[in-house]
Write a protein that binds this ligand. Structure first.
Ligand code: 13P
Length: 247
């Protein structure tokens, strides 16, 4: 790996305040500033402030799971990027496949969210990934490449952009692509990014989808895999730390 890998925990709509703050406190106590990895946790929005308080003074970063395209306004139930920033977030996931599927988010919407995140000083973690049908049809590289072209704003760099490759069929299923397949997709993403930024080599490209302590060493060793976006295994302190330490 050419840069400091990012180990990101996406809690999704899980845990309660007590469990989330306990998890955050344990991670904050265990991760040293000089770690070989950078860690970020992305709790549900209602718990961001409580988790931020647990992470204060630790190197573990805070991220949102989504943001609106607008900075403020009449958007009931939504959360803006400046609000996330105000709570201490430095990252925000945008375009997760669950958002794309559950809320009909298009590449254009995802791109606008990533731009809103940047405007608020946040680093967007832009998610892409093919469905099982698309993989079976042999269109994975086309689909993922198109998502990167259309979802990632132009002109960002290694300090202002993270991309996450999450095959939809690998999320929460216990199934993962082969290391060769992961390598092929990540190399393709790197190539597509080079048309968008002069700094493509420095952009971290995370792999996500059923990352566990048992497969993290293998997945994180793949060329162009610069970290992991972890769902289920990020909900338990020991599991998430084991993944981070496999860097
Ligand atoms: P799992 O690690 O539970 O498969 O979830 C991956 C994911 O969607 C992270 O954003």
């Amino acid at each position: 790996m050419t840069m400091r890998p990012l180990i990101a925990g996406n809690w999704k709509m899980n845990l309660d305040r007590a469990a989330g703050t306990t998890l955050a406190r344990e991670l904050a106590g265990a991760v040293a500033s000089a770690s070989a990895f950078e860690m970020v946790v992305c709790p549900p929005a209602p718990y961001l402030l409580a988790v931020a308080e647990e992470l204060a003074g630790s190197p573990v970063a805070l991220g949102g799971q989504d943001c609106h395209t607008a900075a403020s306004g009449a958007h009931t139930g939504d959360v803006s990027a400046p609000m996330l920033s105000d709570l201490g977030c430095t990252y925000v996931i945008v375009g997760h496949s669950e958002r794309r599927a559950d809320h009909g988010e298009t590449d254009a919407v995802v791109r606008a969210k990533a731009e809103a995140a940047r405007a608020a000083g946040l680093v967007p973690i832009v998610c892409v990934g093919e469905t099982e049908a698309q993989r079976d049809a042999g269109t994975t590289l086309d689909i993922v490449g198109r998502q990167v072209v259309d979802s990632v704003p132009d002109g960002l760099d290694g300090a202002t952009l993270v991309v996450a490759y999450e095959p939809v069929w690998a999320i929460g299923t216990g199934r993962t692509p082969t290391v060769d397949d992961v390598a092929a997709v990540h190399a393709h993403i790197r190539g597509v990014l080079s048309a968008k930024t002069a700094d493509a080599a420095a952009v971290r490209i995370l792999y996500g989808g059923s990352v566990k302590s048992s497969n993290a060493v293998e997945l994180l060793a793949v060329a162009n895999v610069d970290g992991a976006l972890v769902g289920g295994a990020s909900l338990k302190t020991a599991d998430f730390l084991a993944i981070a330490r496999s860097v």
